[in-house]
Design a protein around this ligand. Sequence first.
Ligand code: HGY
Ligand code: MN
Ligand code: MN
Length: 412
Amino acid sequence: MNLEVDKQRLISEIEELSLISDAEAPAVTRIVFTPTDLRARAWFLERCKEAGLAVRQDAIGNIFARWNGQNSDAPAVATGSHIDAIPNAGKYDGVVGVLGGLEAIRALQQSGFNPKRSIELILFTSEEPTRFGIGCLGSRLLSGSLSADAAKKLKDKEGATIEQVRRSAGFQGKLETVKLPAGHYQAFLELHIEQGPLLEQKQIPLGIVNQIAAPSSFQLFIEGAGGHAGGVLMPDRRDALCAASELILAIEQQAKTSGSTDTVATVGICEVFPGAVNSIPSRVHLSVDIRDTDLQRRDSLIATVDASCHAIAAKRGVTIRQELVNADAPADCAPDIVETLSESCRKHGLPFTNMVSRAYHDSLFMSRIAPTAMLFIPCHNGYSHRPDEYASPEDIVRGTLVLAETLRSLAS
Ligand code: HGY
Ligand code: MN
Ligand code: MN
């Protein structure tokens, strides 16, 4: 039974979905539970129903589209990703795994494959941290990595709680019901763009991920003294933005000198109050993202940043309050799933390499409850989270074909 990926259908669906966006094409913005996100979800549900999949949604809006196997009670083989997109993003991040997963299922259906185990496609809610400050909300709750109580404390910038937002988006039921037990799935696979330049540089069409780096993020609230930009002399100032600037450069320097290029640190948000040209900044809010493949090294960088906060606060007479958002362990992908992906590549004569994922993904949390692995395809220049993010139709099709082949062997 040979597998045929319908390239034209898959690429046109990726294009169609990219237009359900709150940004001018080619940029894509699709923030969780906004009307645009809900329209995109409805569009996706239609495609799943057309493919004859049984669909359900859980209390946080994770969507499960299931192709029932002969032995429908056996733990299913799952695949999936996300379709929410940060502001001014691209059209492939997450989408390749969701629509590629759907196309893999359709290719298997068309090949006459009759799965023993069910195959389930999952669209995870809020992989991006944009609205509620923490990423992978749907997969964290599903895997038990985030408790329902902790989730209920999360608010968006308008102060709306998860409970309010999800219920007005139409997702009822208790958050406690989202969690699935270990063993619920036989395996989990995620197809995703690399979001880095390695595959393209090495001219290798496929990357099989064997480790997902450990992400962490925290907020820093710096409080100094404001005042008139003309009237307050330099020695008398406690300028919150100058303190923040010194801290940002210290974080950069400490990441650069951690001893490994696997250590990365980013200050992605800097909000200045009052934000007037002739008023000394009295308050600054920074959001910091620190990751590393090595948990110990990541945690020691967090500790070094903490020490810098104390030193700079004392030196500049400001206060710096820290709020941890998340500090997750890295994930090792399941060797047997990695091997099955490798066999699929070999079967189709496709070169591949093993690699680390420096971005986090829903797979990071699915690995807590199921044997998990990821399959990467190249993206041009490694660009991602920007409108010129690009994956070629040929690369997308290759990734989808290997995903379909691997689903077939795991569900047989
Ligand atoms: O930030 C990440 O690693 C993911 O793309 N949300
Ligand atoms: Mn992303
Ligand atoms: Mn992603």
